[in-house]
Ligand binder design. Sequence first.
Ligand SMILES: *[C@@H]1O[C@H](CO)[C@@H](O)[C@H](O)[C@H]1NC(C)=O
Ligand SMILES: *[C@@H]1O[C@H](CO)[C@@H](O)[C@H](O)[C@H]1NC(C)=O
Ligand SMILES: *[C@@H]1O[C@H](CO)[C@@H](O)[C@H](O)[C@H]1NC(C)=O
Ligand SMILES: *[C@@H]1O[C@H](CO)[C@@H](O)[C@H](O)[C@H]1NC(C)=O
Ligand SMILES: *[C@@H]1O[C@H](CO)[C@@H](O)[C@H](O)[C@H]1NC(C)=O
Ligand SMILES: *[C@@H]1O[C@H](CO)[C@@H](O)[C@H](O)[C@H]1NC(C)=O
Ligand SMILES: *[C@@H]1O[C@H](CO)[C@@H](O)[C@H](O)[C@H]1NC(C)=O
Ligand SMILES: *[C@@H]1O[C@H](CO)[C@@H](O)[C@H](O)[C@H]1NC(C)=O
Ligand SMILES: *[C@@H]1O[C@H](CO)[C@@H](O)[C@H](O)[C@H]1NC(C)=O
Length: 452
Amino acid sequence: MTGTQCFFFIGCFLLSCALGSDWRVSMPQNIKVLAGSCVLIPCSFEVPDAYKARLAQVTNGVWRKHSRWFTDGIDVFNSSVSQNILRGKIVGNLTERNCTTILHNIPRNYTEKYYFRVGGGFLYTFPDFVNLNVKASPDKPLVTPVGELMEGTQVTINCSAAVPCPRLPPALTWVPLSLGASKKGQRVNQDGTEVAFSTLSFKASHLHHGQRITCAANYPLEQGGSSDQAAEAVILSVLYPPKNTSASVSLSQPVASGTNVTLTCNSSANPKVEGYTWFRRRGSEVTEMRPGECLTITVTEGNTGLYHCEARNQHGKQNSTEVQISVKGEAWWIWVVAVIALLLCGSVILGLCRLGKSRKSPSNLRGLSVDESSVYANINTVTKSRFMADNEAVYSNEDEAVYNNEDMTYPRKTGSSTGQSGAAIDNYDLYINHTTPSCQRRDIGQPAKSKS
Ligand SMILES: *[C@@H]1O[C@H](CO)[C@@H](O)[C@H](O)[C@H]1NC(C)=O
Ligand SMILES: *[C@@H]1O[C@H](CO)[C@@H](O)[C@H](O)[C@H]1NC(C)=O
Ligand SMILES: *[C@@H]1O[C@H](CO)[C@@H](O)[C@H](O)[C@H]1NC(C)=O
Ligand SMILES: *[C@@H]1O[C@H](CO)[C@@H](O)[C@H](O)[C@H]1NC(C)=O
Ligand SMILES: *[C@@H]1O[C@H](CO)[C@@H](O)[C@H](O)[C@H]1NC(C)=O
Ligand SMILES: *[C@@H]1O[C@H](CO)[C@@H](O)[C@H](O)[C@H]1NC(C)=O
Ligand SMILES: *[C@@H]1O[C@H](CO)[C@@H](O)[C@H](O)[C@H]1NC(C)=O
Ligand SMILES: *[C@@H]1O[C@H](CO)[C@@H](O)[C@H](O)[C@H]1NC(C)=O
Ligand SMILES: *[C@@H]1O[C@H](CO)[C@@H](O)[C@H](O)[C@H]1NC(C)=O
């Protein structure tokens, strides 16, 4: 029995020695320090019962760099010495086993292990240490991810940044400032280190969609000035139902009966519009037409009316304003035909008269007329061939009539030199992509999109 007890006692004693169970220090494992600023090291310790009585005599503490042993380590701060490698202060009450310390103006190359050594009633260097990681510029602040926001909801975005030196906390600023109100604060983490935060609140609007929000941290330094700015940005994604829904028509109205026109529905939504429905209204009668972003109709008296589209996604729907589809009166056409016929007759008669005159002085007039026509023909072939060459890929499937329309709509292109025409085509492509997302509005001479 005595042998077992003895063995037990010895084993216990060895174990407690090996683990140093009663000598214990608590401090963070790692602290990021900003060079030129201070660092607060939260610290508390325990002593074996046998030493508790002598705690009252504990008067000083030392921070030893690199090694626990005085042969290898360097004492960078001793609280009972006035000239130290590092300026500092033990802010905790050592007799209450609080060894919390502030070390000032940490040089850049002071990344090391730091051990605490207590002195006074007894001398002891604790085996646990803190890693001080000294950095020239601060880490980016942390911005809470916000995910997808529903329009109209109140949003709070939290930005937080470490405060290694509580006397000189970072200033946190939001860009853009105008977004909403922010609330600032400082909090102590479980391990005793501190963190500064700023909480920005605003109501999500579709106008915020795609907007970049930045939280910037500016750390002042002990010698004045401040360290590099550290900033983190988030891009807002706001979900919203269709907005700015509009309907447009490819040809200005009225048009001749039998003309094909394309109606295009345009709307902005997030997620993008899932479906479009077209309606025709005639008085109080509303007819639902084919669905789709574009609606091509062959205009007749039978399908004139006010057209509008409805765009929808999972968050809602919206109707566009109405566009009028109408047919030019028949009578108007008869008049036009009559006038053209009259003009033709007139010119034929005039031509006959000229023919009669020209026989009297043939050499003069014939020479002039030949010159004129050849000049005209040259211009025509030059402009047309250039245009065709520049736009071969885009237009290869188009017919003559389309080219002629293009010539009239975009005269700049035909006149541009080869050097400039590249740029002109780029602009033109942009224009197509922007206005005709997927509709083929061939009837006004715009080519189908060549790229997808
Ligand atoms: C130690 O002292 C510091 C500075 O006075 C204080 O903020 C901290 O709360 C104390 N820690 C404990 C465990 O009492
Ligand atoms: C430290 O704590 C002891 C015991 O609680 C107290 O008597 C002493 O005044 C304290 N010292 C300081 C500087 O606060
Ligand atoms: C740290 O750098 C300074 C000069 O910047 C130098 O004087 C000092 O010896 C260096 N200390 C260590 C521990 O490397
Ligand atoms: C701090 O320095 C003083 C004076 O040199 C010394 O007596 C004391 O033991 C040192 N403290 C520790 C904890 O080593
Ligand atoms: C923002 O972050 C700080 C620090 O992590 C935290 O104390 C605070 O409660 C957070 N605020 C909100 C609104 O989430
Ligand atoms: C709707 O149009 C207005 C005015 O043109 C514009 O300010 C707004 O950003 C547009 N909304 C969307 C969702 O595109
Ligand atoms: C109008 O569209 C219809 C059907 O797509 C087509 O058959 C017809 O040839 C087109 N008419 C004109 C003038 O382009
Ligand atoms: C859009 O118009 C159609 C036809 O007038 C109607 O049935 C529908 O409810 C309207 N949609 C919205 C969102 O107002
Ligand atoms: C469609 O709407 C967007 C924004 O609401 C606008 O930028 C674009 O020019 C419009 N397109 C057409 C063809 O109206």
